[in-house]
Design a protein around this ligand. Structure first.
Ligand code: FMN
Length: 187
């Protein structure tokens, strides 16, 4: 599988780094971080994404590199996830604005009718945001925000994060063992 992972400047950009770390190595992964994503990572986690993103299955592109392979529909890609998706990027996606590699890759994935998942992060949600989400959902895009759940008895922040990452893996049909499924023990 060829997967684009776009990281934008919403809270929890570190979740995207963990998501990438959990990806099986046979998934060819194309990573783009917006300028704001790098700022958010610095403020919230004080981590350098460059130190984390050192895996053989990754290719990292600059958000201003609109000549990157993933900017063209002729370059074969299977799926795309924007994780987390800022309200700014969400609005651009809903309007078809392609002024960066992330938004260009999104519009290309949309026109090529590829599977796209957006993980918007904001609280509360304004009517503008809700309308943007509805518009995108009606276009076939999966809106899957990072939402907590308690039913698989997570006992740490790490387990909570693994649960959310596992849900995104489920949507992308990537096998994982990140959480215990509801009533998995019942025949
Ligand atoms: C630490 C930090 C946390 C942020 N959290 C959010 C957030 O959760 N949701 C959001 O929409 N914007 C958030 N922002 C604001 C966005 O980064 C800002 O709107 C930016 O223009 C988004 O640009 P991008 O869409 O190109 O990444 C945050 C900014 C910082 C610095």
């Amino acid at each position: 599988m060829k997967l684009i992972v776009a990281i934008t400047g919403a809270s929890g950009a570190n979740l995207a780094l963990k998501f990438i770390e959990h990806l099986p190595l046979d998934i060819e992964t194309f990573v783009v971080l917006s300028k704001s994503a790098k700022i958010a990572l610095k403020h919230e986690n004080n981590v350098s994404y460059k130190n984390v993103l050192k895996r053989e299955n990754l290719r990292i592109f600059k958000d201003k590199d609109i000549a990157a392979p993933i900017a063209s529909g002729s370059f074969k890609i299977d799926k795309m996830i924007i994780l987390p998706c800022s309200m700014n990027t969400l609005a651009k996606c809903a309007c078809g604005i392609s002024d960066s590699l992330i938004t260009r890759a999104f519009t290309v994935s949309l026109k090529e009718k590829r599977e796209i998942i957006l993980a918007p992060r904001e609280l509360p949600l304004s009517s503008i945001v809700l309308e943007n989400m509805l518009k995108l959902s009606r276009l076939g895009i999966t809106i899957a925000p990072p939402m907590l759940a308690y039913y698989s008895k997570q006992d740490s922040l790490e387990a909570m994060e693994d649960f959310i990452i596992g849900k995104w893996f489920d949507l992308l049909k990537i096998e994982h063992n990140l959480f215990t499924r509801w009533r998995n023990d019942v025949q």
